[in-house]
Design a protein around this ligand. Sequence first.
Ligand code: NAD
Length: 353
Amino acid sequence: MADIIPVKTGRAYDIHLGRGILVETGRLAADVARTRKAVIVTDTHVGPLYGTQVKASLEAAGFDAPLYAFEAGEASKNMQTLQALYRFFAQSDLTRADLVVALGGGVVGDAAGFAAATYMRGVDFIQVPTTLLAQVDSSVGGKTAVDLPEGKNLAGAFWQPRLVICDPDVLDTLDAENFACGMGEVVKHACIRSKALYDRLLACTDIRAELSAIIADNVRIKRDVVEHDEREKGERMLLNFGHTLGHGIEKCLHYTGISHGAAVAAGMHLITLHAERNGLTPPGTAARIGVLLDKYGLSADSPLPLADVVHAALNDKKRAGGNLHLVLLKDIGDAFIHTLPVADLPAFFGLGA
Ligand code: NAD
């Protein structure tokens, strides 16, 4: 039985979540489509695994469904891929009334979503997320983007999908590192919004058996946050818990050798340790986060010296004016935004000015 989770953003849509639902892509797409043309965008890992099924499902529902697969990996989330997508859309005679189907992880969702947002000033798109990270996080909320040589996600748009089709069964083929990466976002959601989810993850003895329910919990948490703050003016910033220092770590390592999830995991732990030191978070909270990270295959320890991470984080794009917004925890399940002048940051981290 599929779970239907409605999202009431400016443009409302439903998230259909259920095991085996991938083969229903055509039927579900037909319910929201205005025409019977849908371009499938995927990558070179996901295409061979699930492209045929999705294409067949769309064709069985009467769609003409050409498929484009770009090289898998973050390095493809760039302007060259965007141009290749635009050109494939044009060669496929895609019109503004047609659909783009993003079949893949966060990279495919972000790049295909941005291509859809901008091609002919906006084409409808459907997200079919195939990584845990994409299912619990990136496919919900309508952020799309590509990277520039100067930084990640610098060119992008808010563009809500018409529909999200989330099938936990596709995670069977996901490798352990990418699974752990998604668990980093799951732990983040528990930390910022749900003590119940934290307790559930702590007690869980077979994550695969509970996956559908855990994904549903996470989708609802992210949905609730983005419904209140679609354009990241306030509450949505809570989703950046661990990201300021996490981005600092990724930046120092030039985005190689560490997954985004691992960097965010270390970032959540590190910021919480220092929030404890500043009396803003109850003692022991970082240790409680660490226990969960460890359980789900992520290290809580920063691979780099604190000063380097903080220095890199200072250049992070989330810095607004002379102030930095840090997401901290009042407790597990209860996050808040602590704004402090950039000049006070070294003291916050116990570093010399
Ligand atoms: P990804 O899309 O690169 O996927 C990771 C790897 O797993 C890739 O090699 C991919 O081909 C492979 N893969 C995907 N599904 C698979 C499956 N079912 N079986 C086997 N292999 C599979 O990375 P990701 O972690 O999904 O996403 C990271 C991206 O998401 C980053 O670019 C990040 O900026 C973005 N992101 C966006 C948002 C948002 O709100 N839009 C939020 C968080 C992250």
